[in-house]
Design a protein around this ligand. Structure first.
Ligand SMILES: [Zn+2]
Length: 411
């Protein structure tokens, strides 16, 4: 068991109880890592005497980043439909022609569970190199019960790997109708609902998700499924308002969902409901950019007091990026998010939206030692679109899982 202090010119705690401003910045800050956890946070000058010190000099240190919306357990590539879409093809038309989610479904059906797990682990390592120490990973490409279970088991097995980011798993039971059940919608819904018990018994998911939109599932279809999910003890996070506002936000608020994700199209009634219920708005700038959509109404969401989460939505179709820092840069540049909203949206708020705020999301006593030493002088520099990893050391529970220091150590 090792105990050491980390010191730096700027320690951005993202805690409500330490430091200056919305991000809790400690100039000449320090924190003590005791094995896997943080045991002390304060000014460098107040550090207990005699402790070993890792001085990070002029670099900025932040909590490990939390990517709260990904579909990272995919296999294969959808570069072909990307090219079609960039030439003017329409996402919903591509989906109707058997592309989109159904295309990823076919790849999952053809893959072994171990292949899915290895693809996820490799991807999670790349995400760690960009500063991420926790990722949410959804199923939703299996579509058929046995295939969903295969994808969820691959995600569960990746969870035990301590050399990658911590994984929070989500059963995305209502994502799309598989081609074999296209004319038997009720049968598909019954199968997805029936799967909840199995997912619970095997401990395969922390959250349950549904895609509520005009091209996906209706509010009434989702209500029955999600009510059953709640009865099985699952927390909810939902795809809402990507293309149309059909009432998903009101349903999410009514059912006490932790987060609604996308919100490119969201009306006044929806925003009132989200604000009253304290639901996080998870914004996905890379998906919005890829689909050439108008950004969500950030100023109006902000005026309602709704808290933001920013996520990569990593998936092979609509957000072919594994980079949370790229999503952050686009959040500021394209969505008009403030630096503070963006950084809290990938730390404290993202962790809270995953019900992991007791574990990570800020540098605070008792939380896991999840932190990033950036090869950058200020937290605002994180918001520029570098296009390359600017991480020196990415640490999960006291262990280096990414950054240039890890790359050196492996040479
Ligand atoms: Zn998604």
């Amino acid at each position: 068991m090792s105990t050491y202090a980390v010191t730096a010119a700027r320690v951005v705690t993202c805690s409500e109880s330490a430091g200056q401003g919305a991000l809790g910045v400690l100039e000449d800050g320090a924190f003590i890592v005791d094995d896997k956890a943080i045991s002390w946070v304060g000014k460098r000058s107040a550090l207990p005497k005699g402790i070993a010190v890792h001085d990070e000099g002029a670099n900025v240190v932040t909590p490990g980043l939390v990517d709260a919306h990904t579909h990272a357990a995919w296999v294969g590539s959808r570069h072909d439909e990307y090219v079609v879409r960039m030439a003017g093809g329409d996402y919903e038309a591509i989906a109707r022609a058997g592309g989109g989610i159904v295309s990823s479904h076919r790849q999952i059906v053809a893959a072994e569970e171990s292949t899915i797990r290895e693809a996820l682990i490799a991807r999670a390592k790349r995400m760690a190199s960009l500063g991420v120490t926790t990722i949410e990973v959804k199923s939703g490409y299996g579509l058929l019960p046995e295939e969903e279970l295969k994808q969820l088991r691959a995600i569960r097995d990746a969870k035990s790997d301590a050399s990658i980011p911590r994984i929070v798993s989500t059963f995305l039971g209502l994502h799309a109708i598989p081609p074999s059940l296209r004319d038997r919608r009720d049968e598909f819904l019954k199968g997805a609902t029936g799967l909840l018990e199995r997912v619970q018994i095997e401990g395969l998911a922390d959250f349950v998700d549904a895609y509520i939109d005009r091209n996906a599932f209706s509010v009434e279809e989702s209500r029955a499924f999600l009510t059953a999910a709640k009865a099985h003890g699952f927390e909810l996070r939902l795809h809402v308002g990507q293309f149309s506002d059909i009432g998903g936000a009101e349903l999410a608020s009514e059912l006490g969902a932790k987060s609604v994700d996308h919100l490119e199209v969201v009306g006044e009634a929806a925003m009132n409901a989200l604000a009253n219920a304290g639901v996080f708005a998870s914004l996905l700038p890379t998906a919005c950019f890829t689909l050439k959509q108008e950004p969500p109404p950030v100023a109006r969401l902000r005026a309602h007091g709704i808290r933001f989460v920013i996520a990569s939505d990593a998936n092979p179709g609509t957000s072919p990026s594994e980079s949370l820092p790229l999503a952050m840069a686009m959040g500021v540049r394209l969505f008009g998010l403030t630096p503070e909203e963006t950084i809290l949206g990938v730390t404290r708020h993202a962790a809270a939206s995953l019900a992991k705020d007791d574990v990570t999301g800020s540098l605070a006593v008792g939380k896991c030692a999840d932190y990033v030493v950036w090869d950058l002088p200020h937290e605002h520099a994180l918001l520029q679109p570098w296009g390359v990893a600017r991480t020196k050391r990415v640490v999960r529970e006291g262990r280096v899982i990414g950054g240039s220091d890890l790359a050196h150590a492996l040479k």
